[in-house]
Design a protein around this ligand. Structure first.
Ligand code: SF4
Ligand code: SF4
Length: 348
């Protein structure tokens, strides 16, 4: 679940999709919520499960959470989450993190924090991210985080064909030297606007789109396939002594040392990192599952089938079906197993 210390972003990166989501860079506004109000809004969200084994939180999908205009709000939010909820937190940033800022983060009691430092290019950063901190300052952020006891990861995102793939070895080496323990790979999404902005910086992706048989329409965001690149990149990262991740939730899980909330070990996203999720799945007995379902749905399960990776709950048929997906999701997060909720007709 994403947390937004502000909506929209003064960094105005060329490849940013924020404007395609209907937000204007000129209207960047800090959140009006206090830390306590954020906690209240999270616990009021029916898709949110509190606690270390609960919903993972990611700071910064609509802004850079460490832009000077929202550092205080971000830290305020993290203090509140750590104090009241304990959910694993993660941020991604292109801003410089001074030793002082990192020290403040390290002093937040009870905070599980997965720091991602974003770099997409060393050579073209001044064109692609003209208002963010230069990559060498971001490398310093990695060093500060490592020195303070965090497990900083390089966030190699977005992977821009012809740019990031050309520089990957150099970036990985520099990040490792700075103190990164791993790397998360993330794809690029383009719209017509993003394509045009990239073109102005001399990056032409029209051939890539044609080769991939992709067409763009207005604001619609289309991911550029990078699966082949990522397969090689995972290998390269391991050679460079970095732990590779294909999803940010895995990085968050690795830091919090809990099983991945999205059950990535059951998908092709798992890179078999040292977190070893399959060995951390909680052992929840049927009665615990029944109690959870009673609490969530106010209905008595007729039967529960418990398998290694899957739970099937049979509920009496009811008109109150609209929350079934939410309840299944909550149980899935808590139990870290796929959940299927089946409705069965009651005998008359
Ligand atoms: S820092 Fe992130 S949110 Fe801000 S403009 Fe750049 S890509 Fe967009
Ligand atoms: S073991 Fe696999 S699924 Fe679990 S955090 Fe590591 S990479 Fe992700």
């Amino acid at each position: 679940m994403t947390v937004h210390p502000r909506t929209s972003c003064p960094n105005r990166c060329v490849y940013c999709y924020v404007q395609d989501l209907g937000l204007d860079f000129r209207d960047a506004k800090p959140s009006r919520l206090s830390g306590e109000e954020l906690v209240f809004s999270l616990v009021s969200n029916p898709w949110f499960l509190p606690g270390r084994m609960g919903t993972f939180l990611a700071f910064g999908s609509l802004c850079d959470p460490f832009h000077p205009s929202c550092v205080e709000k971000t830290i305020d939010f993290m203090v509140a989450v750590a104090g009241k909820l304990k959910n694993p937190c993660q941020f991604s940033t292109k801003m410089y993190l001074s030793e002082k800022t990192v020290e403040r983060l390290s002093k937040i009691d009870g905070l599980s924090l997965s720091p991602l430092i974003t770099i997409t290019s060393l050579e073209k950063a001044h064109l692609l991210e003209p208002h963010a901190s230069p990559p060498e300052k971001r490398m310093e952020s990695i060093s500060h985080l490592k020195a303070a006891g965090f497990k900083p990861l390089l966030f190699l995102r977005p992977i821009i064909p012809g740019v990031t793939d050309q520089e990957i070895d150099h970036i990985l080496r520099r990040a490792k030297k700075a103190g990164a323990v791993g790397v998360v790979f993330g794809s690029l999404k383009v719209s017509q606007n993003i394509l045009a902005r990239l073109e102005q910086t001399g990056i032409d992706l029209k051939t890539t789109l044609k080769e991939e048989n992709l067409s763009l329409e207005g604001d619609k965001l289309v991911p550029i396939p990078t699966i082949e690149f990522k397969k090689k990149a995972v290998h390269t990262a391991k050679e460079r002594g970095l732990i590779p991740f294909l999803s940010t939730c895995c990085a968050n899980a690795y830091t919090a040392q809990v099983p991945c909330m999205s059950l990535c070990w059951t998908t092709h996203f798992c890179t078999q990192c040292p977190n070893n999720c399959p060995h951390k799945i909680p052992d929840i007995p049927k009665e615990g599952i029944a109690r959870t379902i009673r609490f969530l749905s106010r209905r008595e399960p007729k039967r529960i089938r418990l398998e290694d990776q899957k739970i099937t709950v049979y509920l009496p048929d009811s008109r109150r079906t609209k929350n079934v997906r939410k309840h299944g999701h909550m149980l899935q997060v808590a139990a870290r197993k796929r959940v299927k909720i089946a409705q069965v007709r009651a005998f008359r």
